[in-house]
Ligand binder design. Structure first.
Ligand code: UN1
Length: 512
């Protein structure tokens, strides 16, 4: 770690980073200390403490206390904190991105893009703080009025994954803060330092602003027991979880068991259809970024490509050419486009998927093999393109690695049916210049995903839209549009400003 990266972390007074952060209060935590390693070279970054159940309980209690104060602050005044956070993130963008690269292994340009998502959601949330609109509704009774207001909900639990160690928390937290809700965050154990650095920005912004409750943000580092403790606690009326389908299923069952609210953003297995009228230059760029960006480790990564048989040979040739020139290596190097996979397990899963694809009749057209990392120990791989005779079982699972399966199709409705025939439903796109094809894909008989694009790749969604997907992706929506409503309690008020008490539904009850 560089001194600039250390400066981003809370001063711990020791050689390890804290495992528990409750506002500006830092502690090692009652769990066992561990040593995360960087995917770049497998070298240990910094030892980190871990929270145990009682630490999680303390964090939630403090967040709840802070909620009781924060909820009565006017929303535009809550927005002032988010404004100050955004200002500070702009100043530290480069350093924060470097820390993300170190822990998640993504290339600098993409790490900076991730911090940019934080800045963007700050701007969005500040505007939102003056636009938490409700409705007024005509009453069926004379001299009555219905008013719908949105009130703060309570402290929110956020569980996030290694691949977007800053942005996913930021989408949740910036919106939650203007809605009046503090956040308790369990980051991935792969990226605890990024989490502590993000948290520190928030804490310092709150201190600079003054008069903020102490625990608007908390971080509890640890493995699944920590997530379990968040899911169980009724003082967290909302738990927002991003990660694998099994993780989401476990969280949803616990939160559902106490009738809490869940916001799930789980696996994607994203597809694209390329039709005969597609602009192939554009298609090539959209496919390459979608399939190999972040080394195939975005939940929005492109994994399944359905190409019309009349253009398949031509497009596949172009893609093979493009894949050949991809610079693979140290993500800190500005010329690198493909960084490492997160760990050896991930590399093993990639090899297993490629073997299964071959067993199911697939032909690896390029890539798939490991690249010698030189002196370091990172897992560097060549992104693979695999031609499949049909959408067989390997294509139904999400493998978090840069494998692009290509299947030919003949009729658009057949391609759409194939596209939708997987358990996940996050992101999708169609490459076409035919307006009928585009609108068919966007329409009710088209893609069944939460994100649908035309002439664009599956990844790289902007924060202004609601982000999330259907089926096993979990159904949640985060970030922009009206996703904020999930962080609030809807209160429907009925006001009688007359001197009679007429009953609704015209009921006569006793004498008037
Ligand atoms: C994720 O991979 O969990 O749309 C989030 C995208 C990014 C976010 C991905 N804005 O690719």
């Amino acid at each position: 770690m560089t001194p600039a990266q250390r400066d981003l972390l809370p001063a711990s007074g020791g050689s390890a980073a804290p495992g528990v952060a409750i506002g500006g209060d830092y502690a090692a935590g009652g769990g066992e200390r561990f040593s995360p390693v960087s995917p770049i070279d497998g070298a240990a970054t910094m030892p980190v403490g871990q929270a145990d159940r009682s630490d999680v309980g303390r964090a939630i209690a403090a967040a709840h206390e802070s909620f009781l104060a924060w909820r009565s602050r006017p929303a535009p005044a809550r927005g002032e904190l988010v404004y100050e956070i955004g200002r500070r993130v702009r100043e530290q963008k480069k350093q924060l991105a470097e820390l993300i690269t170190l822990e998640a292994g993504k290339i600098v340009a993409e790490a900076e893009g991730e911090v940019q998502e934080w800045i963007d959601i700050c701007d969005f949330a500040v505007g939102l703080s003056r636009q938490l609109y409700g409705n007024t509704i005509a009453s069926e009774r004379p001299d009555h009025q219905l008013i719908e207001s949105w009130r703060p909900l309570g402290a929110v639990g956020v569980i996030s994954a290694f691949n977007f160690p800053c942005a996913v928390w930021a989408w949740n937290t910036m919106v939650a803060l203007v809605c009046g809700d503090p956040v308790v965050w369990k980051p991935s154990e792969q990226t605890p330092l990024t989490a502590l650095a993000c948290h520190k920005v928030l804490v310092e912004a709150a201190e600079a602003l003054g008069d903020c409750p102490p625990a608007l943000s908390s971080v509890v580092i640890g493995a699944k027991e920590v997530g379990q403790a968040l899911a169980e606690d009724p003082r967290l009326p909302l738990v927002s979880a991003t990660g694998s389908v099994p993780m989401g299923r476990a969280v949803a069952q616990v939160v559902g068991g106490r009738l809490g609210r869940c916001l799930l953003e789980l696996g994607g297995n994203n597809g694209m259809i390329v039709t005969p009228s597609a602009d192939l230059k554009l298609a090539e760029r959209a496919i390459v970024f979608g399939a190999v960006g972040t080394c195939g480790q975005r939940c929005t990564s492109l994994r399944r490509l359905f190409v019309h048989k009349s253009i398949s040979a031509k497009l596949v040739d172009r893609l093979k050419g493009a894949y050949q020139g991809l610079p693979i290596g140290d993500p800190r190097d500005a010329s690198t486009l493909i960084g490492p996979l997160v760990n050896q397990r991930s590399a093993g899963q990639m090899q297993a998927a490629l073997q299964q694809a071959k067993d199911e009749g697939g032909e690896v057209l390029c890539g798939g093999d490991a690249v010698d990392p030189g002196a370091g120990g990172g897992c560097y791989v060549k992104p693979a393109i695999v031609r499949m005779p049909e959408q067989s079982s390997v294509m139904h699972a999400e493998t978090f690695a840069p494998i692009l399966y290509v299947v030919e199709y003949d009729q658009l409705d057949e391609a759409i049916a194939l596209h939708n025939a997987v358990p996940q439903g996050l992101s999708s796109s169609i490459l076409t210049t035919d307006v009928r094809e585009a609108h068919t894909f966007l329409g009710p008989d088209g893609s069944d995903c939460g994100l649908v694009g035309v002439n664009i790749g599956t990844s790289g969604a902007e924060i202004g839209g609601a982000f999330g997907g259907e089926k096993e992706t979990g159904g949640g929506r985060e970030s922009g549009s009206d996703a904020w409503r999930q962080y609030m309690r809807r209160s429907t008020a009925t006001i009688n400003y007359g001197s009679e008490l007429p009953l609704s539904q015209g009921i006569k009850f006793g004498s008037d």
